[in-house]
Design a protein around this ligand. Sequence first.
Ligand code: ADP
Ligand code: MG
Length: 314
Amino acid sequence: ATPTAVMVATGVGANNGVLIKGGDALERAQKIKYVIFDKTGTLTQGKASVTTAKVFNGMDRGEFLRWVASAEASSEHPLAKAIVEYARHFHFFDESSPTYGGQSNSKESTTSRWLLDVSEFLALPGRGVKCFIDGKQVLVGNRKLMTESGIPIPTSVENFVVELEEGAKTGILVSFNDSLVGVLGVADPLKREASVVVEGLYKMGVKPVMVTGDNWRTAQAVAKEVGIQDVKAEVMPAGKADVIRSFQKDGSTVAMVGDGINDSPALAAADVGIAIGAGTDIAIEAADYVLMRNNLEDVITAIDLSRKTFARIR
Ligand code: ADP
Ligand code: MG
């Protein structure tokens, strides 16, 4: 392609909200063989919401949620935000609570009066959070967090979590001191265009793959919904770049689509890094392409544009 053709293609991209950082990236996109999608916030809306809150030890549900929300209040994770939001709503409509907000208070002011003091807060990437409340150790996170902390998971709890995961939900376990006291189920719906884009990629001869830190059962359920056959689950934040490199081993051109801080090493490692415009600045900086419309259909637009620009008569 001539420099003029590259300039025109870059302009066409820009008009469609596809920002391309340079002609090399534009050229590489035509050869993409694998598109590795991050799950949370990329294939899914990244708007998680709690669908279930189950307490196993007879504790009052409002009080349970107050403890869990207090532990998660300092976390930036989308799951944490969903939990705090749910607990706040639950509390707001719970008239029996001593700090009931009633009609006259905003939810915000209610929350600040109702959250408990937390000490020694620790965010554990790929696992959850850990802190102390009222002298008790509180853990909120996945199985790995519980197992590594030596907290046994009773069979009844395990069965409940499996049920959530088979329904494409993420199960979040909660322990106080050394015992498991409850489980939350969190759902994060797919973006509406996700399955159409996945089908489109297969038709173009490109293989979509999903990568996630979430557990394999939830990952498998989400992959099935969206139509992706190849899934890498329970990948620790630092491991996404290794997943990219494993697909590059045979010389294949690999694209990564992601939105989070966690995704930036993988976006940089990929031959073509594609960031969602609504994603974090670090991801956008690490990428070669930015999708300003936050629409996954533009992954196809990007590949098409490159193929058309560099198409040669053979
Ligand atoms: P993803 O790749 O899906 O964005 P992360 O690596 O951020 O996943 O997290 C992986 C898993 O770690 C989550 O699915 C969840 O089980 C657990 N986790 C991480 N942070 C938290 C948190 N603040 N609260 C509860 N669980 C968490
Ligand atoms: Mg993400």
